[in-house]
Design a protein around this ligand. Structure first.
Ligand code: NAG
Ligand code: NAG
Ligand code: NAG
Ligand code: NAG
Length: 370
């Protein structure tokens, strides 16, 4: 066992001890809004006072929504428990938590659109913020979970979720539920893999009770990624899935490429010009009724490999290898799905091939026997 691994372990242990007093991974306090405002601070579903929802501070037109409540003809579904909030035009909710300065954290929350319009959620922990589009439906019950990560500059992080929208109908605006946090430990390359987090084991919090994974939104930079070391490029999200609800080729976590050519994950690796490398990875399906002829396209700099995979929607995977000679000191490794796919059990949810266990190694010339 090499000492780098040991020092990483020690670092992790130290970091874990250091922030253990502050919080644990999981739901924020009243992160699922099950603790209700008192009857006197509600008018119908409208929350009247800034501190009415326990542990939260609100601003603007915020509604406290109970499962089964109706909006017009639509029955509102709540993903977890029996309550959620709706953020009207320019409304926001916030909560401050103790964190360790300089560490990375990932927030996961569930959101649903209520009107046909394009809706967005602005998540921020000053000075960082991310405006996440929630207009594309990926799961058929209307709710999706989203991840967003930040690096702390202070010992207190004020988590603010804001609806920047201005709709004509004030009852429009996203529903928000189940807000959780997880500390992230930036992975490093090892002598077994030049890529970091190639197995996707390090990443956003996934609710043990939700069976729809977590969307990693587009335009995510690698430095603040809820999928540490990876960037999400293009227009659409990729889905982070867990082995408790999906079929995963290796370990507990993997990526499902749900956005066709419009979503890609990428990482830039350090390479040496003229050296030969091997990129190995697994391509499969998540066992989520996502059937059909799939193709995953892998890129290593200018070299590409198209990996066909016939999915019966019941799980399984195959391995693929892309060999290449580096032409630059940094080689961009990228994966995307050639086609769009829909689940055959609802014909409404986007799905796609799974990528996992990505390794990049340089191939040494065979050593001469002594
Ligand atoms: C409650 O809402 C109704 C209808 O929107 C309004 O007429 C009434 O004044 C509100 N009451 C309070 C206490 O805000
Ligand atoms: C944050 O830490 C301070 C002590 O440093 C403590 O008084 C406060 O209750 C903590 N806040 C939360 C939300 O845990
Ligand atoms: C998102 O929130 C941040 C921090 O509150 C703010 O600076 C930024 O302008 C907001 N962006 C949008 C589009 O609302
Ligand atoms: C998961 O669901 C069970 C049963 O519905 C519930 O008791 C539990 O609190 C839920 N856990 C989380 C983390 O939501």
């Amino acid at each position: 066992m090499g000492s780098p691994a040991l020092s990483v372990l020690l670092f992790l242990a130290a970091a874990a001890c250091h922030h253990a007093y502050a919080f644990r991974d999981g739901l924020l306090d009243n992160g699922n809004f099950e603790m209700a405002p008192s009857a006197s601070s509600l008018n119908g579903s409208m929350v009247l006072k800034p501190h009415a929802i326990p542990k939260w501070q609100i601003s603007g037109f915020v509604e406290y929504i109970k499962a089964g409540q109706k909006q017009g003809d639509m029955l509102l579904v709540v993903p977890e428990g029996y309550a959620a909030v709706r953020l009207g035009n320019e409304a926001s909710i916030k909560q401050a938590i103790n964190v360790t300065k300089g560490m990375y954290y990932s927030l996961t929350f569930s959101a649903a659109r209520t009107c046909a319009q394009e809706e967005r959620v602005n998540v921020s922990v000053a000075p960082d913020f991310g405006v996440l589009p929630i207009q594309t439906l990926y799961s058929s019950n209307g709710w999706d979970s989203y991840a967003w990560a930040f690096k702390t500059s202070y010992t207190v992080a004020e988590i603010l979720i804001h609806n920047p929208g201005v709709e004509e109908d004030p009852a429009c605006g996203p529903l928000i539920d189940s807000i959780a946090i997880r500390a992230l430990y930036p992975p490093r390359p090892t002598n077994k893999n030049l890529l970091k987090n190639g197995d996707f084991e390090e990443g956003a919090y996934i609710f043990p009770n939700t069976s729809w994974g977590v969307l990693i939104p587009p335009n995510i930079e690698d430095k603040n990624s809820p999928l540490p070391a990876w960037m999400v490029e293009s227009l659409k999200a990729v889905k982070y899935i867990d082995s408790s609800h999906f079929s995963v080729p290796q370990g507990q976590r993997a990526i499902e490429l749900v956005g066709g050519k419009e979503s890609a994950i990428a990482q830039v690796a350090r390479t040496t010009v003229g050296k030969t490398y091997q990129l190995t990875f697994a391509v499969g399906d998540a066992s989520n009724a996502c059937e059909g002829s799939m193709i995953v396209e892998a890129f290593a700099g200018r070299d590409t490999l198209k990996v066909p995979y016939e999915s019966k929607g019941k799980g399984g995977y195959k391995r693929a290898v892309l060999g290449f000679v580096a032409t630059t000191a940094r080689t961009r490794i990228m994966f995307l799905s050639t086609y769009y796919h829909m689940r055959t059990d609802d014909y409404a949810s986007l799905c796609g091939p799974v990528v996992d266990d990505v390794k990049l190694l340089s191939i040494r010339k065979p050593r001469r026997l002594a």
